[in-house]
Design a protein around this ligand. Structure first.
Ligand SMILES: [Zn+2]
Length: 270
Protein backbone atom coordinates (compact mmCIF):
# COMPACT_ATOMS: atom_id res chain seq x y z
CA UNK A 1 0.00 0.00 0.00
CA UNK A 2 2.68 2.49 0.99
CA UNK A 3 4.75 1.58 -2.06
CA UNK A 4 1.77 2.34 -4.29
CA UNK A 5 1.34 5.74 -2.66
CA UNK A 6 5.04 6.50 -3.08
CA UNK A 7 4.85 5.54 -6.77
CA UNK A 8 1.85 7.88 -7.18
CA UNK A 9 3.83 10.68 -5.51
CA UNK A 10 6.76 10.00 -7.86
CA UNK A 11 4.50 10.10 -10.94
CA UNK A 12 2.97 13.40 -9.78
CA UNK A 13 6.41 14.90 -9.27
CA UNK A 14 7.30 13.89 -12.87
CA UNK A 15 4.06 15.38 -14.18
CA UNK A 16 4.76 18.60 -12.30
CA UNK A 17 8.06 18.99 -14.11
CA UNK A 18 6.66 18.83 -17.62
CA UNK A 19 3.08 20.00 -17.73
CA UNK A 20 0.94 23.02 -17.00
CA UNK A 21 -1.91 22.15 -14.68
CA UNK A 22 -4.87 23.84 -13.10
CA UNK A 23 -6.05 23.01 -9.62
CA UNK A 24 -9.51 21.49 -9.24
CA UNK A 25 -11.85 23.08 -6.71
CA UNK A 26 -11.39 20.13 -4.31
CA UNK A 27 -7.59 20.36 -4.59
CA UNK A 28 -7.73 24.09 -3.98
CA UNK A 29 -9.88 23.67 -0.85
CA UNK A 30 -7.59 20.92 0.46
CA UNK A 31 -4.44 22.98 -0.05
CA UNK A 32 -5.89 26.28 1.17
CA UNK A 33 -7.28 24.59 4.29
CA UNK A 34 -3.90 23.12 5.17
CA UNK A 35 -2.03 26.37 4.47
CA UNK A 36 -4.50 28.42 6.54
CA UNK A 37 -4.14 25.98 9.45
CA UNK A 38 -0.33 26.12 9.28
CA UNK A 39 -0.23 29.92 9.18
CA UNK A 40 -2.61 30.16 12.17
CA UNK A 41 -0.57 27.50 13.99
CA UNK A 42 2.61 29.54 13.50
CA UNK A 43 0.88 32.80 14.45
CA UNK A 44 -0.24 31.07 17.66
CA UNK A 45 3.42 30.29 18.47
CA UNK A 46 4.34 33.92 17.77
CA UNK A 47 1.53 35.17 20.03
CA UNK A 48 2.44 32.81 22.87
CA UNK A 49 6.08 33.87 22.78
CA UNK A 50 5.75 37.59 22.04
CA UNK A 51 3.05 38.19 24.64
CA UNK A 52 4.48 35.63 27.09
CA UNK A 53 1.14 33.87 27.37
CA UNK A 54 1.10 31.17 30.04
CA UNK A 55 0.59 27.72 28.56
CA UNK A 56 -0.02 24.47 30.40
CA UNK A 57 1.15 21.43 28.47
CA UNK A 58 3.05 21.24 25.20
CA UNK A 59 2.99 24.49 23.22
CA UNK A 60 2.56 22.48 20.00
CA UNK A 61 -0.78 21.18 21.24
CA UNK A 62 -1.86 24.68 22.29
CA UNK A 63 -0.92 26.02 18.84
CA UNK A 64 -2.98 23.28 17.15
CA UNK A 65 -6.02 24.05 19.32
CA UNK A 66 -5.71 27.79 18.74
CA UNK A 67 -5.34 27.25 14.98
CA UNK A 68 -8.41 24.99 14.93
CA UNK A 69 -10.47 27.58 16.83
CA UNK A 70 -9.20 30.29 14.47
CA UNK A 71 -10.33 28.31 11.40
CA UNK A 72 -13.75 27.65 12.99
CA UNK A 73 -13.89 31.36 13.89
CA UNK A 74 -16.71 31.01 16.46
CA UNK A 75 -17.08 34.78 16.88
CA UNK A 76 -18.20 35.11 13.29
CA UNK A 77 -20.26 31.98 12.80
CA UNK A 78 -22.82 31.68 10.00
CA UNK A 79 -23.78 29.03 7.46
CA UNK A 80 -21.07 29.98 4.96
CA UNK A 81 -18.32 30.13 7.60
CA UNK A 82 -19.43 26.79 9.11
CA UNK A 83 -19.22 25.15 5.70
CA UNK A 84 -15.82 26.69 5.07
CA UNK A 85 -14.55 25.48 8.47
CA UNK A 86 -15.87 21.98 7.72
CA UNK A 87 -14.10 21.88 4.36
CA UNK A 88 -10.83 23.33 5.63
CA UNK A 89 -10.58 21.28 8.82
CA UNK A 90 -11.61 18.12 6.96
CA UNK A 91 -8.65 18.82 4.69
CA UNK A 92 -6.29 19.37 7.62
CA UNK A 93 -7.45 16.21 9.39
CA UNK A 94 -7.25 14.22 6.16
CA UNK A 95 -3.77 15.63 5.55
CA UNK A 96 -2.60 14.38 8.94
CA UNK A 97 -4.13 10.91 8.50
CA UNK A 98 -2.71 10.52 4.98
CA UNK A 99 0.70 11.60 6.22
CA UNK A 100 0.38 8.96 8.91
CA UNK A 101 -0.54 6.31 6.34
CA UNK A 102 2.46 7.30 4.19
CA UNK A 103 4.55 6.37 7.23
CA UNK A 104 7.39 8.71 6.39
CA UNK A 105 10.26 8.33 8.84
CA UNK A 106 10.93 12.07 9.25
CA UNK A 107 7.32 12.75 10.25
CA UNK A 108 5.90 9.61 11.75
CA UNK A 109 8.83 8.07 13.51
CA UNK A 110 9.20 10.92 15.96
CA UNK A 111 10.85 9.94 19.20
CA UNK A 112 8.35 9.81 22.04
CA UNK A 113 10.13 12.68 23.78
CA UNK A 114 9.34 15.05 20.88
CA UNK A 115 7.02 17.98 21.64
CA UNK A 116 4.89 17.36 18.54
CA UNK A 117 1.87 15.07 18.76
CA UNK A 118 1.77 12.14 16.37
CA UNK A 119 -0.02 13.11 13.16
CA UNK A 120 -2.75 10.55 13.86
CA UNK A 121 -3.44 12.15 17.25
CA UNK A 122 -3.61 15.59 15.61
CA UNK A 123 -6.14 14.10 13.17
CA UNK A 124 -8.43 12.90 15.97
CA UNK A 125 -8.06 16.14 17.96
CA UNK A 126 -9.08 18.32 15.03
CA UNK A 127 -11.99 16.02 14.12
CA UNK A 128 -13.17 16.04 17.73
CA UNK A 129 -13.04 19.85 18.03
CA UNK A 130 -14.87 20.33 14.73
CA UNK A 131 -17.60 17.87 15.75
CA UNK A 132 -17.78 19.38 19.24
CA UNK A 133 -18.19 22.89 17.79
CA UNK A 134 -21.65 21.92 16.52
CA UNK A 135 -22.80 18.26 16.63
CA UNK A 136 -26.06 19.22 14.92
CA UNK A 137 -24.26 20.52 11.83
CA UNK A 138 -21.54 17.84 11.80
CA UNK A 139 -23.35 14.69 13.07
CA UNK A 140 -21.48 12.27 10.81
CA UNK A 141 -17.94 13.28 11.76
CA UNK A 142 -17.37 10.70 14.54
CA UNK A 143 -18.41 7.88 12.20
CA UNK A 144 -16.39 9.15 9.26
CA UNK A 145 -13.28 9.90 11.23
CA UNK A 146 -13.53 6.79 13.39
CA UNK A 147 -13.80 8.46 16.78
CA UNK A 148 -15.32 5.97 19.23
CA UNK A 149 -18.19 6.95 21.51
CA UNK A 150 -15.77 7.05 24.44
CA UNK A 151 -14.08 10.13 22.91
CA UNK A 152 -16.87 11.63 20.80
CA UNK A 153 -19.09 11.97 23.88
CA UNK A 154 -16.51 14.41 25.27
CA UNK A 155 -16.02 16.51 22.13
CA UNK A 156 -18.66 19.13 22.93
CA UNK A 157 -17.01 19.68 26.30
CA UNK A 158 -13.53 19.71 24.73
CA UNK A 159 -14.57 22.37 22.23
CA UNK A 160 -16.29 24.43 24.95
CA UNK A 161 -13.10 24.40 27.03
CA UNK A 162 -10.93 25.30 24.04
CA UNK A 163 -13.27 28.11 23.06
CA UNK A 164 -13.41 29.41 26.65
CA UNK A 165 -9.60 29.45 26.72
CA UNK A 166 -9.50 31.30 23.39
CA UNK A 167 -11.96 33.88 24.73
CA UNK A 168 -9.85 34.28 27.88
CA UNK A 169 -6.85 34.86 25.61
CA UNK A 170 -8.75 37.49 23.67
CA UNK A 171 -9.99 39.22 26.85
CA UNK A 172 -6.57 39.32 28.48
CA UNK A 173 -4.18 39.63 25.55
CA UNK A 174 -6.44 40.84 22.74
CA UNK A 175 -6.11 44.16 21.00
CA UNK A 176 -7.19 47.09 23.16
CA UNK A 177 -6.55 49.95 20.76
CA UNK A 178 -8.17 49.51 17.35
CA UNK A 179 -5.61 51.88 15.77
CA UNK A 180 -2.69 49.82 16.97
CA UNK A 181 -1.88 47.48 14.09
CA UNK A 182 1.03 45.09 13.72
CA UNK A 183 2.94 45.60 10.49
CA UNK A 184 2.80 42.26 8.67
CA UNK A 185 4.39 42.21 5.22
CA UNK A 186 3.67 39.33 2.85
CA UNK A 187 6.35 38.44 0.36
CA UNK A 188 5.72 35.99 -2.48
CA UNK A 189 8.91 34.37 -3.76
CA UNK A 190 9.40 32.75 -7.14
CA UNK A 191 8.13 29.13 -7.09
CA UNK A 192 10.41 26.52 -8.61
CA UNK A 193 7.86 23.94 -9.75
CA UNK A 194 4.75 24.21 -11.88
CA UNK A 195 2.64 22.88 -9.01
CA UNK A 196 3.93 25.38 -6.47
CA UNK A 197 3.49 28.13 -9.07
CA UNK A 198 -0.18 27.17 -9.51
CA UNK A 199 -0.74 26.84 -5.78
CA UNK A 200 0.81 30.23 -5.07
CA UNK A 201 -1.29 31.75 -7.85
CA UNK A 202 -4.51 30.40 -6.32
CA UNK A 203 -3.43 31.54 -2.84
CA UNK A 204 -2.75 35.05 -4.12
CA UNK A 205 -5.93 35.20 -6.19
CA UNK A 206 -8.05 34.27 -3.18
CA UNK A 207 -6.12 36.61 -0.81
CA UNK A 208 -5.86 33.66 1.60
CA UNK A 209 -2.81 34.99 3.49
CA UNK A 210 -4.01 38.61 3.39
CA UNK A 211 -7.34 37.53 4.95
CA UNK A 212 -5.56 35.58 7.70
CA UNK A 213 -3.40 38.64 8.45
CA UNK A 214 -6.47 40.85 8.51
CA UNK A 215 -8.26 38.54 10.98
CA UNK A 216 -5.15 38.33 13.16
CA UNK A 217 -4.75 42.10 13.15
CA UNK A 218 -8.38 42.62 14.10
CA UNK A 219 -7.90 40.57 17.28
CA UNK A 220 -4.29 41.03 18.38
CA UNK A 221 -1.50 43.55 18.26
CA UNK A 222 2.23 42.86 18.56
CA UNK A 223 4.96 45.36 19.31
CA UNK A 224 7.30 44.24 16.54
CA UNK A 225 6.61 43.68 12.87
CA UNK A 226 6.38 40.30 11.13
CA UNK A 227 7.36 39.30 7.62
CA UNK A 228 5.57 36.33 6.06
CA UNK A 229 7.65 34.88 3.25
CA UNK A 230 6.43 32.24 0.83
CA UNK A 231 9.58 30.86 -0.73
CA UNK A 232 11.56 27.80 -1.74
CA UNK A 233 13.74 26.49 1.09
CA UNK A 234 14.68 22.89 0.23
CA UNK A 235 12.47 21.65 3.04
CA UNK A 236 8.82 20.86 3.50
CA UNK A 237 8.04 23.09 6.44
CA UNK A 238 6.85 26.35 7.92
CA UNK A 239 9.41 28.03 10.17
CA UNK A 240 9.35 31.03 12.47
CA UNK A 241 12.69 32.78 12.81
CA UNK A 242 12.38 34.87 15.97
CA UNK A 243 15.65 36.75 15.34
CA UNK A 244 14.69 38.08 11.89
CA UNK A 245 10.96 37.89 12.71
CA UNK A 246 10.29 36.04 9.50
CA UNK A 247 7.63 33.39 9.14
CA UNK A 248 8.71 31.26 6.20
CA UNK A 249 6.15 29.08 4.42
CA UNK A 250 8.20 26.85 2.16
CA UNK A 251 7.02 26.30 -1.41
CA UNK A 252 7.88 22.64 -0.91
CA UNK A 253 4.79 22.43 1.33
CA UNK A 254 2.68 23.46 -1.67
CA UNK A 255 3.95 20.50 -3.69
CA UNK A 256 3.41 18.20 -0.72
CA UNK A 257 -0.16 19.33 -0.05
CA UNK A 258 -0.93 18.95 -3.75
CA UNK A 259 0.29 15.35 -3.61
CA UNK A 260 -1.77 14.73 -0.46
CA UNK A 261 -4.83 16.28 -2.12
CA UNK A 262 -4.49 13.89 -5.05
CA UNK A 263 -4.08 10.88 -2.76
CA UNK A 264 -6.83 11.91 -0.35
CA UNK A 265 -9.38 12.61 -3.08
CA UNK A 266 -12.45 14.62 -2.18
CA UNK A 267 -13.15 13.02 1.18
CA UNK A 268 -15.12 15.32 3.40
CA UNK A 269 -15.94 14.79 7.03
CA UNK A 270 -19.64 15.32 6.71
ZN1 LIG B 1 4.34 24.26 15.93
Amino acid sequence: MNKIILIILFVYSLISAVSVLALTRDEEIFIHGNIEFIVFHELAHILINDLEIPVFGPEELAADYLATIAVINPLDINVANAERARQYLSAVAKGFSTTWELNEPQINQLPFWDNHGLTMQRYYNIGCLLYGSNPDIFPRIPGLIGIPEKRSSQCVQEFAKAQKSAMWLLDNYGKKDSHNETSIQINYGLPETEISRQVQLSIRDSSLIENIVSRFNSRFSLEAKIDIKLMGCQARQAVWNSASRELVICHELFDYFYSLARISGSHNLN
